[in-house]
Design a protein around this ligand. Structure first.
Ligand code: CA
Ligand code: CA
Ligand code: CA
Ligand code: CA
Length: 327
C-alpha cells in the first residue's frame, strides 16, 4: 500500500506524545519511527489485520497560545497539534497524495515580518520554504498532480495577485496582472482551471481562469462580498463565502456560476468552506457558538454539526484528500 494512505489513518498521529511536541515535526516523526509506531502502520502488509482508512482534517487554532496547525478526525475526535517547529502554522493545505501540507509561517525581511509559504513532508521528514516574496504570501492551493501550488502574494512593487510556483519553490509565475486585489486561489480537480477572488469590478467577486492566467471570467455578480472559492472533488460545484444576505454565509454554485445557493443560513459569521474527499460534506468555520469553531454539514446544508469545542479560535479546515475505503 502506498505509504501516503497511512498518513490519513488515525494511528499515524497516535505517535505524537506530549513530551515530543516541542522538538519539531522532523524529530517527532523520527522518534515515532524509532518507536515503531509509524512502521507499525504496515498493517496493510498483513492480510490478518483489517485496515481502517480514515481521512483527517487539518485546521488552525490558537488554543495553545499561537496560531498552529492541528489535526483531527472528521468527527472531531483526536484533536492534536501537528507540532511544526516554525513561528506559525496558518492556512494548512493538504497535498493531493496526503504526504505533504503547505502552510503559512512567519519570516523576516530586514526589520519587516513577512508571511512565507512552506511545505512540510510528512513521509520523508523535511520542511521546504516555497514562496517568500515580501511582504505576504497566502492561501496555498495544490495542483491535483501535487507538483505546483497556486497562492496569492502582495510584493513590495505590486499588489495582491495570483501566482503559481513549483512545490520545491522553483519557477514562480504571476497569473493575474490586474491593479485590483486578486487572491484566494483554488485549483480545479481536473487541473485545468484556477478559481480566485478579485476586487477588479468594484467589490469582491469570484473568477475563474486557465492555469496560464488566460480567459479570466467572472462567476459571481453581486453587490455583496463574494470570495474564497473551493472546488468540489468532482469539479462540478464551487463552495464560497458571501455576505450578500446580510452576514457571512457558505454558498455553493455550479462551476459556471449558475444556481448560487445559501447553505448555512445562520445569523453568525461563516467562512472557510472545504469539501470532504467524497464530495458529500463541507467543513467550515462558524462563530455561532461564541468563537470560531469548525463544523461540518452535508453538501445541501443539512446536518450542520460542530467538531471543535474550544475557547480558542479554530479555523481554516483542510480535509485530507483520501476517501475512506475499506477492504
Ligand atoms: Ca492584482
Ligand atoms: Ca460581489
Ligand atoms: Ca451566517
Ligand atoms: Ca473555538
Amino acid at each position: 500500500m502506498d505509504s501516503s494512505i497511512r498518513l490519513c489513518t488515525s494511528d499515524f498521529f497516535n505517535g505524537m506524545r506530549k513530551g515530543l511536541r516541542q522538538v519539531g515535526l522532523t524529530a517527532l516523526i523520527a522518534a515515532t519511527i524509532a518507536a515503531g509506531t509509524y512502521l507499525g502502520l504496515g498493517y496493510a502488509r498483513s492480510e490478518e489485520v483489517k485496515p481502517t482508512y480514515q481521512s483527517k482534517i487539518a485546521f488552525v487554532s490558537d488554543r495553545d497560545g499561537k496560531h498552529e496547525t492541528y489535526i483531527m478526525n472528521p468527527d472531531g475526535s483526536e484533536q492534536k497539534r501537528l507540532g511544526i517547529s516554525l513561528p506559525s502554522g496558518d492556512a494548512p493545505s493538504w497535498s493531493p497524495d496526503g504526504k505533504k501540507i503547505a502552510f503559512i509561517s512567519l519570516g523576516n525581511f530586514g526589520d519587516i515580518e513577512i508571511r512565507e509559504i512552506y511545505v512540510i513532508n510528512l513521509v520523508d521528514p523535511s520542511t521546504t520554504r516555497v514562496a517568500y516574496s515580501p511582504p505576504t504570501n497566502e492561501h496555498p492551493s495544490w495542483s491535483p498532480d501535487g507538483k505546483k501550488l497556486a497562492f496569492d502574494s502582495n510584493t513590495f512593487i505590486g499588489n495582491y495577485d495570483v501566482y503559481v510556483i513549483n512545490s520545491d519553490g522553483s519557477e514562480q509565475r504571476r497569473l493575474t496582472t490586474n491593479p485590483a486585489k486578486d487572491f484566494g486561489p483554488s485549483w480545479s480537480p481536473d487541473g485545468e482551471k484556477i478559481a480566485f477572488t478579485s476586487q477588479r469590478d468594484g467589490n469582491n467577486e469570484i473568477y475563474v481562469m486557465n492555469t496560464d492566467g488566460s480567459d479570466q471570467t467572472r462567476l459571481t455578480n453581486n453587490t455583496g462580498l463574494d470570495g474564497f472559492p473551493c472546488w468540489s472533488p468532482d469539479g462540478k460545484k464551487i463552495a464560497f463565502v458571501s455576505d450578500r444576505d446580510g452576514n457571512w454565509e457558505i454558498y455553493v454554485m455550479n462551476g459556471d456560476g449558475s444556481e448560487q445557493a445559501n447553505l448555512t443560513k445562520n445569523p453568525a459569521g461563516e467562512a472557510y468552506p472545504c469539501w470532504s474527499p467524497d464530495g458529500k460534506k463541507i467543513a467550515f468555520v462558524s462563530a455561532r457558538d461564541g468563537n470560531g469553531e469548525i463544523y461540518v454539514m452535508n453538501g445541501d446544508g443539512s446536518e450542520q454539526t460542530r467538531l471543535t469545542t474550544n475557547p480558542g479560535h479554530d479555523r481554516e479546515p483542510s480535509w485530507c484528500p483520501f476517501t475512506k475505503t475499506e477492504t
